[in-house]
Design a protein around this ligand. Structure first.
Ligand code: AMP
Length: 625
């Protein structure tokens, strides 16, 4: 066998493998080849890699936190987050930060408004002002009452723009459907000449803003919510039309025995009721003297014998002026009926509700046998009352002359810090600021008596009234002061609401009332009928901070000087106090707090909670009336 023959295939094949393995090895060697890198360069590469990893980690963390905790980011965190974005200019960072802060503020504001809305709803819901009978029968009047009165043709022919111009000129704000035009002269309102003459004699020549718009509204038969500062002439807005309506009724079908009243005016205090009654008596007499049919008003209030009212009722009564307590009593005993009553006025309506007469008014409503024209008047009318009232009125028109609860701009308001022990002596000095007549208000009956005694000792001609004195003494005191026989009247808030004393030069608040509304009412006794008055208020550390804040903001609004100790007083919620049109508290009207911090609402709620089923608090609250 020749060994030099070509090798067997198998060997060949093995050789082939061997060749392949060799080339694979050399390939591997090529791939594993690492070129030499100097140590310095290797270190630099490592550092770059580490830096990139760190940046990626941070970016991921940022996205997470901005999504889940966006709202809770503080300004500082915002600033840090922004600083990380190195490629944004400082100006852009600032704009972005500002936007973030604004968005946060807006959402907090929205939260506050939502909370307030809830509170308001809870207040408004349970106090729908409807009679029990109406509620029970589900009666809802849809259309206002129609009267025979229409505005003069030449005013009807004028366009809406003219009406808007007049309203703007006299700062009259109106709300509602189909508002009658404002009328600038009494004779254009079609009142009898004799009535206009009688008003002229009292110095009432041209209608005041509330009368310019209010009288056409009431004469047209529309329901009204009238908001005007005290002394603006709102009494005539409901007194003149009821005289006209009563005359019309009397001409159609004279009132005979025990008929009437056709109009009912409810007032929160005896003094206010008496004052309104006296205006009615005077105007009815004027009409009668000139040959018009006799109109009989009557006064129903505590402190006056029921027999007096009954005498008039027996003859047939056209207009009744009443305080709620006596009215309820007479209705209860069937001494009067409201079968033919078609005109209801609630003067100082917010006071009536505040004093706890809400239930009584609801009951009074149930005595009406047909639709009535309803008018609510007040100097202060927080939203709670507006909501409350709207449910009982038919397509009401709201007339607002100045902000509800705003102080009269005709009063110079001076606020002085006087320590409690120095007040009585300083009072004498304060009395020198103006000539008489001067009104002094104090919260407590005891203080009124002390001041009165002190002034008498010092030879000042002073009288005093408060709820602890009997009606005769109260009436005599008011009369002596009104007729200028006495120079100074010292009183509790019983004299602060709606009372009209001519030419009061100076109102002194011996103490700051707990409620800013009372302050507005008190100082409204001066600066009436376009004249300028002065109000001095003593405050000190004993006053609640909340009412002082309200006072501070009221002074700012009325462009008065704010004393240093008030100016430095800061509210916790200062940033929410003025949300555009929505200023201060929508419940009580105070400008120094929001409804969420309203001390009055809080007090009422805790009182309600503690006196469920009892009427004690009503008795306490109304003791002075
Ligand atoms: P009142 O706001 O209704 O309590 O009215 C306050 C005072 O203003 C009263 O003394 C009225 O005699 C007086 N008064 C009412 N209307 C006018 C008017 N149009 N012009 C001048 N004084 C008026």
């Amino acid at each position: 066998m020749d060994h030099r023959k070509s090798p067997p295939v198998k060997r060949y094949r093995r050789a082939e493998h061997a060749e392949k393995d060799e080339s694979a090895l050399s390939d591997l060697e090529d791939r594993n080849y690492v070129p030499y890198v100097p140590v310095r360069e290797r270190k630099r590469d490592k550092l770059t890699k580490l830096g990139n990893k760190l940046y990626k980690d941070r970016a991921a963390k940022n996205v997470e936190s901005s999504e889940s905790e966006k709202e809770e980011l503080t300004d500082e965190e915002d600033a840090q987050a922004m600083a990380r974005r190195e490629n944004i200019s400082l100006l852009d960072q600032h704009t972005e930060l500002k936007k973030l802060a604004e968005a946060r503020k807006e959402s907090a504001m929205e939260k506050q408004l939502k909370e307030e809305e809830k509170i308001l709803e809870s207040v408004a819901e349970k106090t729908a002002l409807m009679g029990v009978a109406e509620l029970a029968k589900g009666i809802q009047y849809e259309e206002p009452i129609r009267t025979s009165w229409t505005p003069p043709k030449h005013i009807m022919d004028k366009d809406q723009e003219r009406h808007e111009r007049v309203r703007k000129k006299y700062c009259i704000l109106v709300e509602g459907e189909g508002i009658p035009p404002p009328i600038k002269h009494f004779d254009e309102m079609k009142f009898p000449k004799v009535l206009i003459k009688s008003l002229n004699k009292k110095g009432i020549v041209k209608p005041s803003p509330i009368q310019i718009q209010g009288l056409p509204v009431v004469l047209s038969g529309r329901d009204l919510i009238g908001i005007a500062f005290t002394g603006s002439g709102k009494t005539l807005v409901f007194v003149l039309p009821i005289l006209m309506f009563s005359l019309e009724q009397e001409y159609k079908l004279p009132f005979t025995r025990e008929e009437g009243p056709y109009g009912l005016i409810i007032c929160p205090s005896r003094e206010l009721a008496k004052q309104t009654y006296e205006i009615l008596v005077l105007l009815c007499q004027t009409l009668k003297d000139e040959g018009f049919p006799e109109l009989r008003p009557c006064l129903a209030m505590g402190g006056v014998a029921v027999t007096e009212a009954l005498d008039t009722i027996k003859k047939g009564v056209h207009i009744m002026v009443a305080t709620p307590g006596r009215l309820m009593d007479m209705l209860d005993k069937k001494m009067i009926r409201l079968d033919v009553c078609r005109y209801l006025v609630m003067d100082e309506a917010d006071r009536l509700i505040d004093l706890g007469f809400e239930e009584d008014i609801r009951t009074v409503f149930s005595y009406f046998k047909a639709q009535r024209q309803t008018l609510l008047f007040s100097a202060t009318m927080p939203k709670k009352i507006q909501n409350f009232a709207k449910s009982a009125l038919v397509k009401p028109i709201t007339i607002n002359v100045g902000r509800a609860g705003a102080a009269s701009m005709n009063v110079i308001q001076e606020v002085e810090y006087v320590k409690s022990e120095a007040k009585i002596v300083y009072l004498l000095e304060c009395l020198q600021k103006t000539p008489p007549p001067v009104l002094i208000f104090a919260e407590k009956k005891q203080d009124v008596d002390n001041i009165h005694e002190y002034l008498l000792l010092k030879g000042v001609e002073a009288v005093a009234i408060h709820g602890g004195k009997d009606q005769e003494e109260r009436s005599k005191g008011v009369e002596a002061f009104r007729s200028a026989k006495k120079d100074v009247l010292v009183a509790t808030d019983v004299a602060s609401k709606g009372l009209d004393f001519p030419n009061i030069q100076h109102v002194i608040n011996y103490d700051m009332p707990d409620d800013i509304e009372n302050y507005v009412h008190r100082i409204g006794r001066t600066g009436r009928s376009g004249k300028t008055g002065l109000a001095t208020t003593f405050i000190n550390k004993g006053n609640e901070e909340s009412v002082l804040l309200d006072l501070k903001h009221l002074l700012i609004e009325a462009k008065q000087q704010v004393p240093y100790f008030l100016a430095t007083l800061q509210s916790e919620n200062e940033k929410y106090l003025d949300l555009g049109d929505d200023k201060g508290c929508s419940y009580c009207g105070g400008l120094g707090h929001r409804i969420t911090d309203c001390p009055k609402l809080e007090a009422i709620r805790s009182k309600e909670a503690s006196s469920i089923g009892r009427r004690d608090y009503l008795a306490n609250n109304t003791a002075d009336y």
